[in-house]
Every structure is written in structure tokens, then in C-alpha cells.
Ligand binder design. Structure first.
Ligand SMILES: Cc1cc2nc3c(=O)[nH]c(=O)nc-3n(C[C@H](O)[C@H](O)[C@H](O)COP(=O)(O)OP(=O)(O)OC[C@H]3O[C@@H](n4cnc5c(N)ncnc54)[C@H](O)[C@@H]3O)c2cc1C
Length: 477
């Protein structure tokens, strides 16, 4: 298991429960995963007026005719079971005064269905509790502060990994749970580790990646104030916070899907030349979001009295390592779960809070598939490890490449800017540019100035790419 965010921790627990011996490798301490920072919660149809069918309908609508329905159906149908399992594992979700789960509302959801913990401290509560469970599980060995630098491949199968200290770990199955890539962009809500390391590892081993052009921009990340990029959760808009223009007027339905809200904010900023718009949460009960209010106060903003300057920031990568609904990548033995994977369930625009749910629903499935893989032949692993020089760590991204991504693959892009990125020194930037060039239309998070309309020929189509960088269209059902 590679990665100790929500996906890696939960998949490890599930695999150990199935009797597997798990080695969990994590490059960073807990507080440096996206999972730790998740605020709003996880989406699950658990209330009496809701159903997996309604959740699916909302997911498909948000995804702009690009959702792989089989994967989204799995997510929506299995989400309530995942919440129940987390509860059994000791995660204490917030409850109302009748003891029922307290449910938040976020953009694009037609019902209250966001399960949360500690107000907007969901991520850290989940990670802390799952880490405690992992630490006590005799079936799981944890290697913290170690980085996987290479996937070992023999006879067309992934048979283990090499670590940055040169050690080799043989395994019948490798599960990548290395998180997203939004920190490649210069303005981001993500921790620095979210630079798509797992995507590069998978591509180097010959696995297929998909939909790298589909990166979601969150509309309300703080601007300046010593808290640049700090995300103010959409759940706060669900409780009535409003977005205001320079004249103090509302300019968008705050609970429309994210791509719409982010673009409306961007348009306002372009109209006025201002670096931000204002988020007004003065009428929202601060007790509901204690950690957001504390973080804003520490940054010198009193959200009970003042407006919060916000603007879009790169937030979530819908694309990743292409997998089926069991987390299986195109290379046998290799699995991917969480944000580094691409099942196609988010389409071109992730429905808020479906990503944590994805970590758990597909984590359980990947664990079941991983434990069923055959043990590797030790001689084949030794051959694979000795067949080439040990790989170094993946290349770091330079500030210039991060700026270039923001400029040329931001909320709006065009062929000229994307072509410029195809010559970038960073390999993942080049792959992102290739996927962006291939999708000659505008859809969800991918808005091209030179192709402003949605092209129905791309409905249900995913842009896939291997290490050679050649984009291939696939129709996923
Ligand atoms: C500020 C913020 C708020 C969010 N709020 C929500 C929300 O409310 N609801 C929601 O559904 N989603 C939310 N998201 C998105 C969600 O948090 C992520 O999609 C999800 O947590 C990803 O989990 P993960 O386990 O896939 O990856 P991560 O949590 O990012 O974990 C990745 C792990 O991989 C490790 N790693 C990386 N490379 C290597 C390597 N080479 N070797 C070893 N280890 C490696 C890292 O050290 C880390 O442990 C939010 C994201 C952010 C940034």
C-alpha cells in the first residue's frame, strides 16, 4: 500500500481484515495529506428523504455527460455501508439532537447528504482514527517517511516496489493511494505532496492514465492574509454564506455545481480587475465550523464581522490512473484508489464530497481484489529489481512550471497555451497538456477559449494516455 491518506489507510484496514499481510508506505506525516485537510465531509444517501438513485442523478448531472455510470452507481449504492463501517471502526460522525447523523448540504446536491465530523474537521478526525486502527492492527506494518520511487514489473505484472532507500518490497499486489496532483498548479488548496507522484510511477511502469485535463478549481480559497489557498468549505455556503461582488451584490447561485461557481467568480474578477470576490459568512453560526473560524482568525480575518476575500484555486484532479470498478489498473497486479485513481465516476466535474466517499467505497473493493492476486515468484522480483539501475525520486516541479500550468491550463485554456506546456520540463505537465489538447471542446472543468462549446461526440469519452504521451479516446460505460 502506497500512501496514508483516507484511501491508503482504509484500504490497508480492509485488506488486513481479509487476512492479508500489508506494508503501508507513506512519504509524509499525517497532516500533509489532502485527507487531513478535508473539511466538508463525505457524501452518502442516508436520510429518509434521500436514495442512492437521487445521489447518482446529482453525480451524473454535475459530471456533464462524462460520468462513467457503472462507477458512479457503485459509489452511490455502497456509500451508506462505508459510513456504517467507519462508524464501527470508531469514527464519531456529528449527530443531531435525536442521535441521527447531522447532514450538510453542498453545491449540486439535491438533498442534505454530507456526513461530517467535528464540524469542518472531518478529514483530520477520519485520518486520526484510521491511523489509530492501523497502528493497532498486527497485519499492517507501517513505513513512515519513506517514498516509493519505482514499481517493479515482471512478465507483465506489478510484483513490488522500490523505496527511496533502495529497499525492495515484493508483493502480489501494489495499491497506489498517493493522492492528487492539484499542487502542480501555482495557486492551490492542496498540500505540497499532491504532485501526482503515483501517476508518474504508474505511467513509467506502463499503466494507462486518463482525464488529466480534468482538474477542478474550487471557487472559495482565501486570497492573501497569510492564508493564501486556505479552503473555505462549500458546506458554509450550504448554511447560507453568500458570494458578493465589489458592490456587495450576489452574482451567482452559491450552491450551483463547482465549475459554474468558480467560473462566475473568475468572471467577476475579470470585470472589476480585483484579485478576489467576497464571501460573507457573517450570518452563519460559527459554532458549526470551529476549525475554519479559528484558521481565519489566525490569518487576521474575523468571519463574524468581516468579509473573506476568496478566489478560485486548483483543488481536485478528476483524472488519474485509469482503473475499473475494482480499483484494477491496466497493469496486472497494480491497483489505484482515492484521488490518484480515475474510475470515471466524477466525469468532468466532481460532485462535492464524493471524493472522500470514493476513498472508502473503492478502497474496500481494491482491497478485495488485491488480496486475491497470486504471490510473486521471488526470483522474478529479484530479476525485476536487478534488471535496471535504481530509479531516483520523481522530478520536482519548478516554480516556473507551476506558474505556467496556472497560466496555460487554468480555469480557461486554449491550444496555444496548452501547446506551450507540451515542452515543459516536467513529465506530468506534458501529459496534462497532451490530454487538454486532445479534448477539443469545453466541458465541466475543461473550458477552452478556442472550443467554447460542448461537443456531443465527447459524451462519455475519456482521454487516456500512456508514458509515450499519445492521447487515445475511450468510451467507458
Ligand atoms: C483543503 C481540502 C479540503 C477538501 N475537502 C473535501 C471534503 O470535504 N470532502 C471530500 O470528499 N473531499 C475533500 N477534499 C478532497 C479529498 O480530501 C481528497 O480527494 C482525498 O482526501 C484524497 O485522499 P487520498 O487518500 O487519495 O490522498 P491523500 O490524502 O492526498 O494521501 C496521499 C498519501 O500518499 C502519500 N504519498 C504520495 N506519494 C508517495 C510516494 N511516492 N511514496 C509513498 N507515499 C506517497 C502521501 O504522503 C500521503 O500519505 C478536500 C481536499 C483539500 C485539499
Amino acid at each position: 500500500m502506497v500512501g496514508a491518506g483516507a484511501a491508503g489507510l482504509y484500504t490497508s484496514v480492509c485488506a488486513a481484515r481479509e487476512g492479508a499481510r500489508v506494508t503501508l508506505v507513506s512519504a509524509t506525516p499525517l497532516a500533509e495529506s489532502s485527507s487531513w485537510w478535508a473539511q466538508g465531509g463525505l457524501a452518502a444517501a442516508v436520510s429518509a428523504d434521500d436514495s442512492p438513485e437521487l445521489h447518482l442523478r446529482d453525480t451524473i448531472a454535475a459530471g456533464r455527460q462524462a460520468v462513467r455510470e457503472s462507477a458512479a452507481r457503485v459509489l452511490c449504492e455502497e456509500a451508506p455501508g462505508a459510513v456504517a463501517d467507519l462508524d464501527r471502526l470508531g469514527v464519531r460522525f456529528d449527530a443531531d439532537r435525536n442521535g441521527r447523523l447531522a447532514l450538510g448540504l453542498e453545491g449540486g446536491h439535491s438533498r442534505r447528504r454530507i456526513v461530517h465530523a467535528g464540524g469542518a474537521a472531518t478529514g483530520r478526525r477520519l485520518v486520526r482514527q484510521l491511523s489509530a486502527v492501523v497502528a493497532e492492527d498486527p497485519g499492517i506494518d507501517v513505513l513512515e517517511g519513506r517514498r516509493v520511487v519505482e514499481l517493479l514489473e515482471a512478465d507483465g505484472r506489478c510484483v513490488g516496489v522500490r523505496l527511496d532507500d533502495g529497499r525492495v518490497i515484493a508483493s502480489g499486489a501494489v495499491v497506489l493511494a498517493t493522492g492528487g496532483a492539484a499542487a502542480l498548479w501555482s495557486r492551490t488548496t492542496n498540500p505540497a505532496v499532491a504532485v501526482g507522484a503515483g501517476l508518474l510511477l504508474a505511467a513509467a511502469a506502463g499503466a494507462v492514465l486518463a482525464d488529466l485535463e480534468l482538474v477542478q478549481f474550487h471557487p472559495t480559497a482565501v486570497v492573501g492574509n497569510g492564508a493564501d489557498g486556505f479552503l473555505v468549505t462549500e458546506a458554509i455556503r450550504g448554511e447560507g454564506a453568500r458570494l458578493l461582488d465589489a458592490a456587495g451584490e450576489r452574482f451567482v447561485d452559491e450552491l450551483a455545481p463547482r465549475d459554474e461557481v468558480a467560473r462566475a467568480v473568475q468572471r467577476q474578477m475579470a470585470l472589476t480587475g480585483a484579485p478576489s470576490v467576497d464571501l460573507d459568512m457573517r450570518d452563519v453560526d460559527p459554532a458549526l465550523f470551529p476549525n475554519v473560524v479559528t484558521a481565519l482568525r489566525q490569518a487576521g480575518i474575523d468571519p463574524e464581522r468581516e468579509l473573506i476575500p476568496v478566489a478560485p484555486a486548483a483543488h481536485y484532479m478528476m483524472g488519474g490512473i485509469a482503473t475499473d470498478i475494482h480499483g484494477r489498473a491496466s497493469l496486472a497486479g497494480l491497483h489505484a484508489v482515492g484521488e490518484c485513481s480515475c474510475t470515471g465516476l466524477h466525469g468532468a466535474n466532481r460532485l462535492a464530497s464524493n471524493s472522500l466517499t470514493e476513498c472508502f467505497v473503492f478502497g474496500a473493493r481494491a482491497a478485495r481484489s488485491a488480496v486475491a492476486q497470486p504471490s510473486p515468484d521471488p526470483a522474478a522480483v529479484a530479476d525485476a529489481a536487478g534488471s535496471r539501475d535504481a530509479a531516483g525520486p520523481p522530478p520536482a516541479i519548478s516554480p516556473a512550471s507551476r506558474e505556467a500550468l496556472w497560466r496555460n491550463a487554468g480555469l480557461e485554456r486554449d491550444g496555444t497555451g496548452l501547446r506551450e506546456l507540451t515542452a515543459d520540463p516536467h513529465p506530468l505537465v506534458r501529459l496534462i497538456a497532451g490530454c487538454g489538447l486532445a479534448r477539443t471542446e469545453s466541458r465541466g472543468a475543461h473550458q477552452r477559449r478556442d472550443f467554447p462549446d460542448r461537443d456531443p461526440r465527447f459524451d462519455g469519452v475519456h482521454v487516456t494516455v500512456g508514458a509515450d504521451g499519445e492521447a487515445v479516446f475511450q468510451d467507458w460505460t
